[in-house]
Design a protein around this ligand. Structure first.
Ligand code: FAD
Length: 391
């Protein structure tokens, strides 16, 4: 491999943020190199539930804020891209569900009436019954109410594979990064000894960004990690379910998504409140027992005896927020030639790319002339937690 390369934008981190941005930049005519030190999507991206939120669930907290209205555009943008006529051609990416559901198992009328009183929710939510219920809830013993949200659920492995295809020859597997300085200014990075000069360096390395910033001697922006303890179940008894199940509080008691596993079985991936504070404090055995109890309470007709279970600890990486308020839009910070950010949600990857493109336009950065890239060592695609944890 050449000892020195030049490009327009050097991206660090091949999760959804870096890969989506890379594809948008290439489409806009920019030369790019994306460096990944482990596997594509193998950080948070392939551990996500794949829900393309439109912000409706935030209305459970009360009114949607202005910032969370920004997320309302995301399902539409993804839908266009998945149909092959949007900002990226994602036509081959598998859509797991056209809708995500809001499921109220009991008598939570009070909670739901304030939810439906919110102006932002009207027109975005429809009640469903009978054969329109999610397959897992179509049972004579099912009680409760279900509402359809205009939010999609995507198959993240096929998304990562498609974004890697759109990356062409720009992906580089490299473990060791060092800053490349010209007169004290950041001019690029040295990746496993190869000098890569770029007009801009974008750090989109998820939880790895804090360490990268420290290695560059940069203090801002600060990052926070939000620990989660997710649960997985797999077995022939499971049918598709994509839903936030409401409890008494403002957060979904449990959020269920369903994913295809090799061998044709479905995997339920359980997050929501159960995966947060109390769930994080539990041991894996306790957490699996708690999730199993929840599932048995909520779907008493489901035979759980032959299900395989696992739990997964994973941190969400986000910009530091006072009071751990959850951000509702992608975050980007500029410092000279360095751009640093977190999409904060898979759904917000398009917003993250918009912010970088706007920043380049504002700085007057346009595609330059560069020698074609040599063949670079390519990072592998990451694996899902169910491939890793469930037999
Ligand atoms: P990551 O996917 O973490 O990617 C960062 C990449 O950078 C990794 O591949 C990593 O290996 C690489 N890297 C790190 N350090 C270095 C380095 N030094 N050099 C080179 N490369 C490096 N969002 C939604 O919208 N909907 C959901 O349903 C949803 N569910 C979630 C469920 C869970 C359990 C979790 C944890 C998150 C969920 N999210 C969801 C959030 C979403 O997954 C993340 O916001 C998003 O995937 C972040 O993407 P990213 O590219 O910034 O980070």
């Amino acid at each position: 491999m050449a000892a020195a390369l030049t490009t327009d934008v050097l991206i660090v981190g091949g999760g959804v943020a870096g890969l989506w941005l890379n594809a948008r930049l290439r489409q806009a005519g920019f030369a790019t190199v994306l460096v990944e030190n482990a596997s594509l999507g193998g950080g948070q991206t392939l551990k996500s539930q794949g829900i393309i939120h439109g912000g409706t669930k935030y209305a459970l907290h009360g009114a949607l804020t202005g910032a969370s209205e920004a997320i309302a555009a995301m399902p539409g943008r993804w839908r266009e891209a998945l149909a092959g006529r949007g900002e990226l051609d994602l036509a081959g990416v598998r859509l797991l569900s056209e809708a995500h559901y809001l499921w109220s198992p009991g008598t939570l009328a009070g909670n739901l009436s304030s939810f439906f009183a919110s102006k932002a929710v009207r027109g975005r939510v429809d009640a469903v019954k009978g054969e329109h219920l999610p397959p897992a809830l179509q049972h004579p013993r099912f009680k409760g109410k279900v509402y359809r949200l205009a939010e999609l659920v995507v198959d993240v492995p096929s998304l990562v594979a498609r974004l890697a295809e759109l990356a062409g020859d720009s992906l580089l597997a490299a473990e060791h990064l060092e800053p490349l300085l010209d007169g004290g200014q950041l001019a690029g990075l040295r990746a496993d000894g190869v000098e890569i000069r770029a007009q801009r360096v974008v750090l989109s390395a998820g939880a790895g960004t804090a360490e990268l910033l420290a290695s560059l001697g940069v203090q801002q922006p600060a990052m926070q990690r939000r620990p989660l303890h997710m649960v997985l179940a797999k077995g022939a008894a499971l049918k598709p379910l994509y839903a936030h199940c409401l409890g008494g509080g403002p957060k979904p008691r449990i959020t269920v998504t369903t994913h295809p596993a090799a061998g044709g079985q479905w995997v339920w991936y359980l997050g929501g409140d159960i995966a947060e504070a109390d769930g994080v404090a539990r041991s894996p055995e306790q957490q699996i027992a708690a999730a199993r109890h929840e599932v048995e309470q909520l779907l008493p007709w489901l035979d759980t005896s032959a299900l395989a279970w696992a739990s997964l600890r994973v941190d969400r990486a986000e910009p530091a927020q006072s009071g751990l308020v959850r951000p509702d839009n992608a975050f980007l910070h500029e410092q000279g030639a360095l751009l640093v950010g977190w999409p904060t949600k898979l759904a917000l990857a398009p917003d993250f790319a918009d912010r970088v493109l706007a920043n380049l336009a504002e700085a007057g950065i346009t595609p330059g002339a560069h020698a074609p890239l040599p063949a670079l060592p390519r990072p592998a695609l990451g694996q899902t937690p169910w491939e890793q944890l469930l037999p």
